[in-house]
Design a protein around this ligand. Structure first.
Ligand code: NAD
Length: 340
């Protein structure tokens, strides 16, 4: 019996890269049915809400979604669809593996780290108001429950994946109460995992160390804002946003999406790198215990990365999104035909 997943194409390059991923998943024999649920800027114009109830209902029903990026207006307009999804579905953990890939132009060797970002609170709680004209407040909410939950997730992930060290990233020298509580919870959880080393770094120092010695990092545990910023920094270490996947995980449902946004500068030009969403779909396949299809896609991607002609422009190649996708599909079909 096939599995139905929710597919949110998103805005900008979203429809291009999710369609590419869908073709690759089909060619790998994943056998999904797709419940396609548009959300985002155009949906806001047409339906009055960028995240209509039908999208949430579909995700709750299917428990797994693959999502393209969605526009968030800057300084005005509707609340982020991403933040809403994460809060309403309690997708408390944002997991983002960052690795140097063979044959991809990058500045650093041996990067193999995982970002574990708290996904539901912090400065993304959406609590902003004007105190008096000229003075505004944004509230940073840190709770013991959410901080302990994400620290446990980070250590459990480290244990399961055989990783050796968790680094909690903070600014508790300045935000003594909020980041202080985050650290207190992380320390308490760390005590229960004596085989996994634990250390703490102030976020500014962490950024510098990441750029100097990224290969020394293993699992990074961060509250929401730091996790968001450090994710893009880490993507830059391994070749850019076109390569870094992600998962938003809760106790009931999970949404798989790339770190990158809608890339309006290249949207509609067939230039976007679909690999970040394709890698996200590999995480999704493993979440659904479809390791075979995941490995087949992984092998095919490694195959194409070794040829500059088939790499997209962000990786120094000349291939269009559609050409890279067609190449992957061909490799996967050939592999399955040879195996049958
Ligand atoms: P962005 O990630 O869209 O783009 C940053 C830069 O990276 C651009 O130069 C872009 O061309 C490049 N890039 C990104 N993805 C790429 C890919 N797959 N292939 C090749 N190049 C790629 O960030 P931004 O410009 O700051 O944000 C644009 C919009 O996306 C904003 O509305 C923002 O709110 C939204 N956004 C959404 C998500 C999400 O839905 N999860 C995440 C981040 C940003």
């Amino acid at each position: 019996m096939s599995t139905t997943i929710t597919l949110i194409p998103g805005d900008g390059i979203g429809p291009e890269v999710t369609e590419a991923t869908r073709r690759v998943l089909d060619a790998a024999g994943a056998g999904f049915e797709y419940d396609v649920q548009p959300a985002g800027a155009e949906v806001a114009a047409a339906e009055g809400d960028p995240l209509p109830g039908r999208v949430l209902e579909s995700i709750r029903r299917n428990r797994v979604a693959l999502k393209g990026p969605v526009t968030t207006p800057v300084g005005k307009g509707f609340k982020s669809v991403n933040v809403r999804l994460r809060q309403e579905l309690v997708l408390y953990a944002n997991l983002r593996p960052v690795r140097t890939l063979p044959k991809v132009p990058h500045r650093f060797e041996g990067v193999d780290l995982v970002i574990v970002r708290e996904n539901t609170e912090g400065l993304y709680s959406g609590l902003e108001h004007e105190v008096v004209p000229g003075v505004v407040e944004s509230l940073k909410i840190i709770t013991e429950v959410a901080s302990t939950r994400i620290a446990r997730f980070a250590f459990e992930h480290a244990r399961r994946e055989g990783r050796r060290r968790v680094t909690a990233v903070h600014k508790a020298n300045i935000m003594k109460l909020s980041d202080g509580l985050f650290l207190k919870c992380a320390r308490e959880v760390a005590r229960r995992y004596p085989k996994i080393a634990y250390r703490e770094l102030i976020v500014d120092n962490a950024c510098m160390q990441l750029v100097l010695r990224p290969e020394t990092f293993d699992v990074l545990l961060l509250e929401n804002l730091y996790g968001d910023i450090v994710s893009d920094l880490c993507a830059g270490l391994v070749g850019g946003l076109g390569l870094v996947p992600g998962a938003n995980i809760g106790s009931k449902v999970a949404i798989f999406e790339a770190v990158h946004g809608t890339a309006p500068d290249i949207a509609g030009d067939d230039l976007a790198n679909p690999l970040a969403v394709i890698f996200s779909s590999i995480m999704m396949l493993r979440h659904l215990d479809q390791g075979g299809a995941a490995t087949r896609i992984e092998r095919a991607v490694h195959g194409v990365l070794s040829r500059a002609k088939v790499r997209t422009r962000d990786l120094g190649g000349t291939a269009k999104t559609s050409e890279l996708t067609a190449h992957l599909v061909r490799l996967l079909r050939r592999g399955r035909a040879a195996a049958s």
